[in-house]
Design a protein around this ligand. Structure first.
Ligand SMILES: NC(=O)c1ccc[n+]([C@@H]2O[C@H](COP(=O)([O-])OP(=O)(O)OC[C@H]3O[C@@H](n4cnc5c(N)ncnc54)[C@H](OP(=O)(O)O)[C@@H]3O)[C@@H](O)[C@H]2O)c1
Length: 339
């Protein structure tokens, strides 16, 4: 065990897309666990798009990170010291460790991991993002075999879970992803029926034409991960009584661009005319269903029916660069940092 703890803190609030100067690497003593707490040595850290929102000082569904505080996030690690019944040194657990080499957590707020699964899966396919896809489709998708689903950020941990669950349920699945390589992976690794490179389409109209060709019977479920050009492209293709689980709007995380507002009347009217059902989804509202998700999906991951991709950056000091890149599509699969 090293005697120093390293952590990445929020040095200043970003304006638009984050830059390296918004983060700082700090070193200090390793904290000691109190009653019912455990000290963890972090081995894997999750980088997620929602963290961009936590860097702003705005009221949201979760508190912001304060200036000088450790960036928030989930990690996986080994228990070094335990004052909690049920966890012993050497156990592998997951919890909200923050972007740090060590964390002291309440034992009750950690989850002991299945030693048969790679630990990093607890951050992606079998963690919060995979669960988001599963619970959103279960609660709001109302999937029927033969329908068509479209999803953006399709090779990421949410999009790939959504696409694979829809395929297994007998839907036609259309991926929208950034670049030819991600489109190839969407089809060859995740089994999407069609994949469209949004970067190859300058505007929503051109992208819409490609989606219309890939979804000749219209779109019954648009899983919204992105907003921006994708939303504008897909909205007019929605079938009557279509469903839109609204999971994320990453195209706007650097600030809402004009195109989101200018075209609102058209988007709004589509909801009326097509009687669409749009459901805002915050995964934290559904944690009670997490055990059900693991029971249903973990065996499918173990036997390869559901697969996943991970993009691994090495070293805590490289977390800011990996995070900045991920927000621009630089990741291929779940973005992990290995410590
Ligand atoms: N509501 C909730 O509770 C909840 C929970 C988890 C995640 N989410 C949301 O779900 C979405 C996906 O999350 P994830 O963890 O699976 O992330 P991810 O796919 O690993 O990473 C983000 C991806 O977004 C795509 N992207 C970024 N900017 C874009 C743009 N301007 N236009 C089109 N695509 C863009 C990029 O993929 P391409 O290169 O393929 O475009 C990038 O790789 C995010 O919006 C996230 O905030 C919501």
């Amino acid at each position: 065990m090293t005697d120093q703890m390293r952590r990445i803190t929020l040095a200043r609030r970003p304006s638009g897309a984050p830059v390296p100067e918004d983060f700082a690497l700090q070193t200090g003593p390793v904290p000691a666990p109190g009653a019912d707490e455990v000290l963890i040595e972090v081995t894997h850290l999750s980088l997620d798009p929602y963290m961009r929102g936590r860097m702003d000082d705005v009221k949201s569904y979760a508190p912001s990170v304060g200036l000088g505080e450790t960036m928030t996030g989930q990690g996986v690690g080994r228990v070094l010291t335990s004052n909690f019944d049920g966890l012993a040194p050497g156990d592998t657990v997951t919890g909200i460790t923050g972007w740090a080499s060590h964390a002291v957590l309440a034992g009750a707020e950690t989850r002991k991991l299945d030693p048969d699964m790679p630990p990093s899966t607890a951050l992606g396919v079998l963690g919060m993002p995979g669960f988001t896809g599963w619970v959103g489709l279960t609660e709001y998708g109302a999937m029927k075999a033969g329908e068509t689903l479209v999803v953006g950020a399709a090779t990421g941990p949410v999009g790939s879970m959504v696409g694979q669950l829809a395929r297994l349920a007998g839907l036609r699945t259309v991926a929208i992803a950034g670049g030819e390589e991600k489109c190839r992976l969407a089809q060859e690794v995740f089994g999407f029926d069609a994949a469209i490179d949004h970067r190859a389409h300058e505007d929503a109209r051109s992208l819409r034409k490609a989606v219309a060709e890939a979804a000749p019977d219209g779109v019954d479920i648009y899983w919204e991960n992105v907003g921006g050009k994708l939303l504008e492209a897909v909205m007019p293709l929605m079938n009557t009584h279509g469903r839109i689980p609204l999971c994320g709007t990453i195209a706007w995380y650097g600030g809402v661009a004009g195109d989101g507002i200018d075209h609102l009347p058209g988007v709004w009217r589509s909801i009326l005319v097509k009687r669409l059902k749009i459901s805002g989804l915050i995964v934290f509202d559904h944690w009670d269903r997490f055990p059900e998700f693991i029971t249903e999906v973990a065996p499918k991951v173990a036997d390869g029916q559901i697969t996943y991709l991970e993009d691994v950056a090495d070293g805590l000091e490289n977390a800011p660069a990996a995070f900045i890149a991920m927000l621009k599509g630089g990741n291929t699969g779940k973005q992990i940092v290995r410590l």
